[in-house]
Structure formats: C-alpha cells, structure tokens
Design a protein around this ligand. Structure first.
Ligand code: GUN
Length: 293
C-alpha cells in the first residue's frame, strides 16, 4: 500500500509556482493577485480562507481578503463582485462557499466574470471543462488529477466509481475521469444517496473517489483488493481529546480500508492541501492571462 502524500506534493508545487512567479517578477511582470470574499465566521470557511491567504504568500502572490458579516445583503455582495470584476489589479477571485441562506449562491457565482473565476464554478468554465476546452477547472477535482499524475496511477480503461454528485466535486470529477486524456479514459459510475447497490458498484471499482461528506462511509467490505481510494471527506467530528475540539474525519474508514489498497489518500494531508494548490495554479494562469485574455 502506498500512502499518497498530498502535503508533500502540494509543498513541491507551491515551490514550483514560487519559482515561476520570481521569474515573472524578475522580468518586470506583474505578481499574480488573488482576492477572496469571506462572509460570516464559519469555522471551516475561516480555516480554508486563512490557508488560501497563507498559500498565496508562499507562492509569491499578492492576496486581498474581503470580509462581510452574515447579515450582508445580496446586493452588497453582488456590488463587491462587480467591483472585483472591474479591478484590473485583481487577476482572479473567489467567494468562499457556503453563503448564508438569504443569498443566492448561484446568482453570486454567475455574477463573477468567468475570466477571473479561478474556482472554476461559473457555468462557462464548467461547460468548457465538460467539452475539454481550456478553462479554470475546479480545485478539488483538479488536485485529485494532479495526485493521480504525480503517482503515475493508471486510469485508462479502469473502472472508476465516484461517490457523491455535488457541483463542485462529484460531477466535475466524474466528467474529468472520462475525458479522452491522462488522467482520464476511465469507465465512470456516479453513486449518490438514491443509488441502490453502492456496495456492489464499489466492489467492481479499480478507483474509488469518495466525496459524500459522510464520515467513515467507505468500509473494507466495499473495496476490492488493490483498489485506489481517494478520500475527499473533511467532516469536523467532535473530539474532546483535541485542543480544537474536533477531528477532521474523511469518508473512508481508513484503518480497515488502507491495507487492501494499492494507493490511498489520508485525511488530513491527502486531497485537502491539493485543493488549495489547485487554486494557486489557477491564479498563476489568471496572472499570466494564459486561458482568457
Ligand atoms: N467551499 C468549499 N470548497 C470550496 C472551494 O473550493 N471554493 C469556494 N469558493 N468555496 C468552497
């Protein structure tokens, strides 16, 4: 069994990005600039955004954090999105999700100029990804592809089961795994809350990507020998023995599943750090105007 070290790979990629930024700046180019909008004080979102800002520093990017309280109106938020769309110094920006219920998430996503949508959530980027055109690919699926690539994991002709059908992980992941390229060329099945025979589907899979947000969902009896298991879950499960009061818990019952696998990602330290590094890669592309002018 090989443990996929997302932390080490992400550190390596950040160094690669930093070297490229140093080169750009040395030649008189502009330092890429990422802005992030954070609404409210959700613990998970605070941590994600803080880690994104920290990663920007490591990569040599400029970053701007814009905060709103929970009671911000949709109009105020949309006005800020418009301001960032028009700010020539900002190469790319994100609005951290989830948003409070009184704000339409979809409206906000669609208000972002797709040329600055480094999260890859805008329908233009999602659509272009679906038909294999250059675009910003959303961070978690792209991070997983990078891990498969860096570990030379075979995907062509493999049976890949994706558990979960969210717009930001499950759906794009399934599309990317079936694209005519590497990593890809897999035969993909998506399972979700209404799938009747999840265990049987999983038992046939060479690659299982779990993105359900259900702690310890995937158990050893659902995994065939030598499968590749990628765990996207990051649920905060209460744990009084920890200073933080919680334990970040994946969707895979790691201790019993790991011995059966050829490759597996841990939580934390697997997919999580790769998600942030994917955002950094998209920001570098935005800074270079490599996808859209
Ligand atoms: N919430 C959870 N994951 C993400 C992400 O990748 N981007 C944004 N903007 N919000 C998120």
């Amino acid at each position: 069994m090989t443990l996929i070290d997302g932390k080490a790979i992400s550190d390596q990629i950040k160094q690669e990005i930093a070297a490229e930024v140093a080169e750009i700046v040395a030649h008189g180019g502009k330092r890429p600039h990422l802005a992030a909008i954070l609404v409210g004080h959700d613990g998970g979102s605070e941590t994600y955004v803080a880690n994104k800002v920290k990663a920007c520093e490591v990569c040599g990017f400029k970053s701007t954090l814009i905060r709103f309280e929970d009671n911000v109106t949709e109009e105020e938020l949309l006005a800020k999105v418009q301001e960032l769309n028009e700010d020539d110094d900002v190469d790319g920006f994100i609005v951290q999700l989830p948003l409070p219920d009184h704000i339409s998430q979809q409206k906000v996503i669609e208000a972002i100029d797709y040329r600055k949508d480094v999260d890859g959530f805008h329908p233009i980027n999602v659509g272009r990804m679906g038909i294999g055109l250059p675009c910003y690919v959303s961070a978690t699926p792209n991070g997983i592809l990078e891990l498969l690539k860096r570990y030379n994991i075979e995907t062509q002709g493999k049976k890949c089961v994706v558990l979960g059908r969210s717009n930001i992980v499950g759906k794009p992941m399934a599309i990317l795994m079936m694209q005519k390229t590497y990593p890809g060329d897999s035969t993909v099945t998506i399972c979700h809350s209404h799938t009747k025979n999840i265990k049987e589907e999983c038992l046939e899979a060479d690659i299982i990507i779990v993105a359900m947000g259900k702690p310890n969902f995937l158990t050893a009896d659902m995994v065939k020998d030598d499968a590749v298991v990628i765990d996207v879950g990051t649920t905060r499960v209460p744990d009084a023995t920890r200073k933080s009061g919680f334990k970040l818990t994946g969707d895979v019952k790691f201790d019993e599943v790991a011995p059966k696998c050829s490759y597996i990602t841990p939580v934390p330290g697997g997919v999580g750090p790769m998600t942030i590094v994917s955002l950094m890669k998209n920001t570098l592309l935005a800074g270079k105007k490599a996808i859209y002018k």
